[in-house]
Design a protein around this ligand. Structure first.
Ligand SMILES: Cc1ncc(COP(=O)(O)O)c(C=O)c1O
Length: 347
């Protein structure tokens, strides 16, 4: 019932494999087969989400023009800025939630970088409209679907060229490993990324692949429970006097609601909310929680919360100082609400 964990860096020449960095092992390929099947393409696993993202960003030809989000996962924004600083790429930053702004930035661009749901502002991009625009102007489209998982959005089926995930998050689901994966519609493209992985040494470990595969087995039930919790908590937070704004596309009042309802098979389990007061009040709230952990990252079975603007790159991209990014886990919803409502009670 289980894929063997192949712990070998080298193989007898009589075998098909020779050396792990260049050829992967059965454990790695089993993970790739599972994610490839979920996304409907050819998957290449990496040692982290950033490993996959770097393979793509750094693998573009010199002189590439890239349309990239102004506000998205800070590592992705930073790696494109770095390519520009090195003189390899010209970057056009746009708000990817603003479809007209993206379409206006596309002529002459080679690459469009999108997120299904933006980190941490929870904006929802209109993928079909943006992908159609990029098709017309000839830009290749890469979509980071970490927040959505293939259960909610499958960008390749909408015409994207590549979908990437930080498998560290929902796919693995237990906050116990770092992994990334990219999936392409074309087998030839997958070979190109595999070669980059070999050259940059970004192959994941076998134990990580085994654990991530085990995580994928429960992805559907974890997402179902986490989303149901998120919907209920978003409603309650929205009605709470200590909360000034809730960003969750499941709320009919959210600017992304119409798009998410139309394009996604669920509203996900990431909520960002702004608390009354300043950054210190928001941090105090995080520190007084007992069940929800004050920690970075997302997508695990346990709920995590953090004030994103504590990280300078997030503050620089306009994340409000009092915004908390809340990765809703699979605990009992009443336990989560007890924790939140106690922490928000005036002392
Ligand atoms: C949307 C998104 N993409 C990519 C990454 C990078 O993934 P990793 O931490 O596995 O390198 C993250 C990490 O937080 C993320 O949130």
């Amino acid at each position: 019932m289980n894929t063997p964990v192949v712990l070998s860096s080298t193989f007898h020449h009589a075998d098909d494999n020779h050396y792990l960095r260049g050829e992967a092992s059965d454990t790695i390929r089993a993970f790739e087969d599972a994610v490839g099947a979920l996304e409907g393409g050819h998957a290449v696993a990496f040692a982290s989400g950033m490993g996959a993202i770097a393979a793509i960003a750094e693998g573009q030809p010199s002189g590439t023009t890239a349309v990239v989000p102004t506000a998205a996962y800070s590592g992705s924004v930073a790696i494109f800025a770095e390519q520009q600083r090195l003189g390899r790429m010209s970057v056009r930053p746009v708000d990817i939630v603003d479809t007209d702004a993206v379409l206006a930035a596309l002529p002459g661009a080679d690459l469009l970088w999108l997120e299904t749901v933006t980190n941490p502002l929870i904006g929802v991009a209109d993928l079909p409209a943006l992908i159609a625009g990029a098709r017309e102007t000839g830009a290749r489209v890469v979509v980071d679907a970490t927040f959505s998982t293939p259960l909610l959005v499958r960008p390749l089926s909408l015409g994207a060229d590549v979908v990437v995930h930080s498998a560290t998050k929902y796919l693995a689901g237990h906050s116990d490993l770092l992994m990334g994966v990219l999936v392409t519609a074309s087998a030839e493209d997958a070979e190109v990324w595999r070669t980059r992985r070999t050259l940059t040494g970004a192959i994941p470990g076998a134990l990580e692949c085994y654990l991530a595969l085990r995580g994928i087995r429960t992805l559907a039930v974890r997402m179902e429970r986490a989303q149901a919790n998120a919907m209920e908590l978003a409603r309650r937070l929205d009605a709470h006097p200590a909360v000034t704004r809730v960003r969750y596309p499941g709320l009919p009042s959210d600017p992304g609601h119409e798009r998410a309802a139309r394009l996604h098979a669920g509203f996900g389990a990431m909520i960002s909310f702004e608390v009354a007061g300043d950054a210190a009040d928001a941090t105090r709230l995080c520190e007084s929680l007992r069940l929800i952990s004050h920690a970075t990252s997302l997508g695990g079975v346990e709920s995590l919360i953090e004030r994103r603007a504590m990280h300078q790159p997030d503050a620089d991209m306009g994340t409000p100082p009092n915004l908390l990014r809340f990765s809703v886990g699979i605990e009992h919803v009443e336990d989560l609400w007890d924790d939140l409502s106690r922490a928000m009670r005036p002392s």
